[in-house]
Design a protein around this ligand. Structure first.
Ligand SMILES: Cc1cc2nc3c(=O)[nH]c(=O)nc-3n(C[C@H](O)[C@H](O)[C@H](O)COP(=O)(O)OP(=O)(O)OC[C@H]3O[C@@H](n4cnc5c(N)ncnc54)[C@H](O)[C@@H]3O)c2cc1C
Length: 407
């Protein structure tokens, strides 16, 4: 057999891995297998421009279709890998076909967490992970229809913002006492609650959904306290679960993601993994993490490609994320988990631009930068350099952001 890399999963990580393999000089075959029936496309616009109808599916493609042909990447969309035979070094497809591999890359990503309440399978209850999911939502959207979003995290809030622009009525139900509770400080939650309320989104916090009502289609949502909200459509955004079943089935180590080292290698030297499905060490953070972000999927895929080509390169990136809602660009540097105080730069109670710096002692852990690109760059530099911070400078609005770096 000509040497072949088989990539399972054709999304951000898979597409990056395929092109990085060629950049790294891989001369053998590359076969990329993806369950969805599209060439790899960008997921972030799904809850933003694509949901608003401002981009079409072709504009979401990560690479033009010719690129795969030009680089000799054979793409098999709409096909699912069922098992991996590590002894034979072969993947077995759901339709019975099989492909041998020299090296295997698992880029299987994540799938939505399902809402497990009576009525959750009624027509009109949607999730938002794939292009097909959004197409199904969009065909049912008519001005004035009532959409209830279950989950006040980033996906739920981005969808709420997009849907308001489409002229529909939107309510957001969040089980916690505040929006974005898992990932942001109370000041940031309060800011987004205000912004969404100003845009006409009705937000209910502390609201636990116990049932979805309807005969042939959804007509409403029932809360734990018996309250009912009428709905023509329900969109559920309550998190994702990593797709680790292939890895578990073939005996690879799995623990909140496929266990890889800093070179994106699993405990089988011929199998690599990248993206949302992995649990990997991050030296800068000093611990293992499973991240759900495009930058992570791409960086890890580059490492996996380098490792496959025999050039080991360590994963040394600080996590960063973004979220777009209305005219607000939130850029997040670092992970805020474990913070003991928050310093604000700018006023979160009025206006639409400020920074929340997350500190543990004197150490900066993360920054949420809302319409503050300069501070975002500064935050990244502070984090990567593990530079000392001055609380006065972080908070001082009159100071040029670049001078925050000068102690
Ligand atoms: C609506 C939305 C908005 C987002 N917005 C942002 C954002 O603003 N910024 C950001 O950084 N991130 C954002 N994300 C997260 C980001 O999209 C993910 O982190 C990224 O897609 C991860 O890429 P991945 O390749 O690891 O996995 P995925 O994108 O999950 O792709 C994995 C692919 O593998 C396929 N697959 C799985 N198992 C098999 C199998 N056995 N056989 C064949 N194929 C298989 C799946 O069908 C899927 O197509 C958003 C996600 C969503 C859903």
């Amino acid at each position: 057999m000509n040497k072949r890399v088989v990539i399972v999963g054709a999304s951000h990580a898979g597409a990056q891995l395929a092109s990085s393999l060629r950049q790294e000089g891989w001369q053998g075959e590359i076969l990329m297998i993806g369950e969805e029936s599209f060439a790899p496309y960008q997921r972030p616009p799904l809850s933003k421009e694509y949901l608003r109808g401002e981009k079409n599916a072709d504009e979401l493609l990560i690479r033009p279709a010719e690129m795969y042909i030009r680089h000799g990447v054979e793409l098999l969309p709409g096909r699912c890998v069922r098992t991996v035979d590590r002894t034979a070094k072969r993947v077995l497809m759901e339709d019975g076909e099989s492909f041998d591999y020299h090296k295997l890359a698992l880029c299987t990503g994540a799938r939505v967490r399902q809402l497990e309440v009576p009525g959750a399978d009624l027509p009109g209850v949607h999730y938002l992970r794939t292009l097909a999911d959004v197409d199904a939502i969009r065909t049912r959207l008519v001005p004035g229809c009532r959409v209830v979003i279950v989950g006040g995290g980033y996906i739920g809030l981005e969808s709420a913002a997009a849907l308001r622009k489409c002229g529909v009525e939107v309510s957001v139900l969040e089980v916690q006492s505040r929006l974005l509770a898992r990932v942001t400080a109370p000041q940031v939650s309060a800011f987004y609650q205000r912004i969404h309320a100003e845009a006409g989104v009705v937000i209910h916090t502390g609201w636990s959904v116990v049932a979805i009502e309807g005969e042939d289609r959804v007509t409403g949502v029932v809360g734990a306290d018996g309250r009912r909200l009428p709905a023509d459509m329900v969109i559920v955004g309550i998190g994702v679960i990593p797709n680790v079943e292939l890895a578990s089935q073939c005996g690879l180590k799995v623990d909140n993601g496929i266990w890889v080292d800093e070179f994106a290698s699993t405990d089988d030297p011929d199998i690599y993994a990248a993206g949302d499905c992995t649990n990997h060490p991050n030296r800068l953070l000093g611990r293992r993490v499973r991240l759900e972000s495009v930058p992570n999927a791409m960086e890890q895929a580059k490492l996996a490609a380098a490792s496959i080509c025999g050039r080991q390169q360590c994963y040394d990136a600080y996590p960063w994320f973004w979220s777009d809602q209305y005219d607000l660009k939130l850029q997040i540097a670092g992970l805020s988990e474990g913070y003991d105080r928050v310093i604000l730069r700018g006023d979160a109670d009025v206006g639409r631009s400020f920074v929340a710096w997350y500190l543990c002692g004197d150490k900066l852990l993360a920054a949420d930068c809302i319409n503050r690109p300069k501070e975002f760059m500064v935050a990244k530099q502070l984090l990567v350099g593990a530079l000392p911070v001055s609380v006065e400078r972080l908070a001082d609005e009159s100071l040029d952001p670049k001078l925050i770096l000068k102690i």
